[in-house]
Design a protein around this ligand. Structure first.
Ligand SMILES: [Zn+2]
Length: 549
């Protein structure tokens, strides 16, 4: 049974808070508790206390005081005080649909991979959080801060942007979002970001950076209506606050960049600022000029300071990013058992073998493949068995029906024959299209390509997780691979290495090795020893998915 703790920061608005309690009492699924984090000044305190006293008879309320008046601190105090399995963040100035909590809970029950749910926030005067189609087509036209715009671009494939399909998202609005307590208890809202601008996305990114297996879903049925109480905690209402707002937003954009790539991309930020300035001018008739000036001035000063800081620091990374190497072996050659297994065993490392499910114990390109006995031993030694289709045909050339069979039945075959759970898929020849990605996303946690490169946070967000980069290792490119391994050591990231057949002598390497990608045992060992020497964690996909947080 999932218990929901509702966290509501409230500032000098007891009447709205009382309203919210009434809505919570009418829910089809009652919350386990309400945690009201109060950062009001003394004069409203009594009113709050009276409300709490009055409602405690019917609902469990935890009244937490925050003396610092920082919103970020309120969130952290609320998280710490909560005792449910799910924490649901709500603003105090909202109207709830009766099934709000039920809808949040349902999303977790339906899909156990879900770590967080974003509900929809409808501004009573303005449009839905979900933009109309023409705006989805041109996301840069959206009146969002840079953070949200990037998140939007990251979480949807082109197909989703055009068709409005897909429900994976990043958390975007603290006015209606929930997170599993077991996940969020390891993270804090950044208290330097006093007004919590874009804190939702930053929090999601922190979580994803440490837990690549986390999935965040958007549930449009979990609805709240925003009353838009004037002078909210985070919106500017005079020149000075508009100035600070503009500066703070930009500061966050820079931080956000650091999560995604080891180097900040300044040109993008400058372009984005130009877009936003243009947008502000467009809005000059609806917003007071002083606010527009303040915001733009703040952003310009912020941009200048951040650029200088970034340049002076030499793009030093602010966040330690996820660091791991995954060793994968495609097609299931016998040499995986005869050569790779004993080598990895000496260093206590585990690999992942991608099997062609119809070719177990058979031959592929004239080479003997692993049989069931070998595979059972690999599994006993905690190797991961993953799927590489049924017959190794190029998926992009197959009709949809055949794609589905290749992608899903291979999983069934392996699970039945070996009594295991198969969570990862690799596209034959690394060739994939949107349809294959979409099918894979319904049955697997990850799918790997053979696009060379290192995976950073953006690679495992949303559908990007079904196009993970995999670097092929073959006799001729050992030096490049070693450089990549060193890069992971220095900058973090997730490097997935792809091996094929391992042979004893250089004479055995085929002349068309650029296509076949074999490697000698000597070079293979060199790679493994480099990883061990640099002490980079080696993980299977399963270890990443099921890691204890
Ligand atoms: Zn293959």
């Amino acid at each position: 049974m999932l218990r929901t703790s509702v966290i509501v920061p409230s500032l000098e608005r007891p009447a709205l808070f009382k309203n919210l309690l009434d809505f919570l009492l009418q829910q089809t699924m009652r919350p386990y508790e309400v945690i009201m984090v109060n950062h009001s000044f003394d004069r409203k305190l009594e009113v709050y206390e009276d409300i709490v006293k009055q409602y405690r008879r019917v609902i469990r309320i935890n009244h937490v005081m925050n003396h610092s008046s920082s919103l970020a601190r309120s969130y952290n105090l609320g998280i710490r005080a909560s005792r449910g399995n799910i924490v649901l963040f709500l603003d105090d100035d909202v109207i709830l649909d009766r099934n709000l909590i039920e809808e949040h809970t349902k999303t977790y029950i339906k899909d156990p991979r879900v770590c967080g749910v974003q509900g929809s926030v409808i501004d009573i005067q303005e449009e839905d959080l979900e933009p109309p189609l023409w705006k989805r087509r041109y996301p840069w036209r959206r009146p969002f801060s840079g953070l949200e715009k990037y998140a939007f671009a990251l979480t949807r494939t082109f197909r989703d942007i055009y068709l409005g399909k897909g429900d994976e998202t990043l958390l975007r609005s603290g006015g209606n979002m929930s997170i599993r307590k077991s996940i969020i208890s390891n993270f804090l809202v950044d208290e330097n970001n006093v007004k919590c601008l874009g804190f939702e996305i930053e929090l999601t990114l922190k979580i994803l950076n440490a837990n690549p297996q986390c999935v965040f879903k958007y549930n449009r049925e979990a609805r709240v209506y925003h009353i838009k109480y004037p002078r909210g905690a985070s919106r500017p209402w005079d020149f000075k606050s508009a100035y600070n707002y503009g500066k703070a937003i930009l500061h966050n954009v820079f931080k956000f960049k650091n999560y995604l790539k080891p180097k900040g991309i300044n040109i993008n930020i400058v372009l984005e600022e130009l877009f936003r300035t243009a947008y502000c001018i467009k809005r000059a008739n609806t917003k007071p000029l002083a606010l527009i000036l303040g915001e733009r001035l703040g952003a310009t000063v912020g941009l200048g300071c951040s650029l200088i800081k970034n340049i002076a620091r030499g793009y030093e990374q602010e966040y330690v990013s996820f660091k791991a190497i995954t060793l994968t072996f495609d097609d299931g050659y016998l040499s995986v058992y005869e050569k790779a297994l004993p080598t990895l065993e000496t260093y206590d490392l585990k690999g992942v073998v991608f099997l062609i499910s119809r070719l177990i114990s058979g031959f592929f390109e004239g080479q003997r493949l692993l049989n069931l006995k070998h595979l059972k031993e690999l599994i006993r030694k905690e190797w991961e068995v993953a799927s590489h289709t049924r017959t190794h045909r190029k998926l992009i050339h197959l009709p949809t029906k055949e794609k589905i069979i290749e992608i899903t039945r291979s999983k069934d075959d392996l699970e039945r024959k070996l009594s295991i759970n198969v969570q990862t898929f690799a596209y034959p020849y690394g060739a994939y299209d949107h349809a294959s990605m979409f099918i894979a996303s319904k049955f697997y946690m990850f799918a790997r390509t053979v696009q060379p490169g290192i995976n950073y946070l953006s690679s495992w967000i949303g559908y990007n997780r079904y196009a993970l980069k995999g670097t092929i290792v073959r006799e001729e490119n050992i030096r490049e691979v070693k450089n990549k391994i060193k890069k992971v050591k220095d900058n973090g990231g997730w490097l997935i290495l792809v091996f094929h057949n391992i042979v004893d002598n250089v004479q055995e390497i085929p002349p068309d090795n650029i296509k076949r990608c074999w490697i000698t045992y000597r070079k293979f060992k060199e790679i493994i020893e480099t990883i061990v020497r640099l002490d980079i964690p080696v993980k299977t996909f399963n270890e990443i998915i099921f890691k204890k947080t």
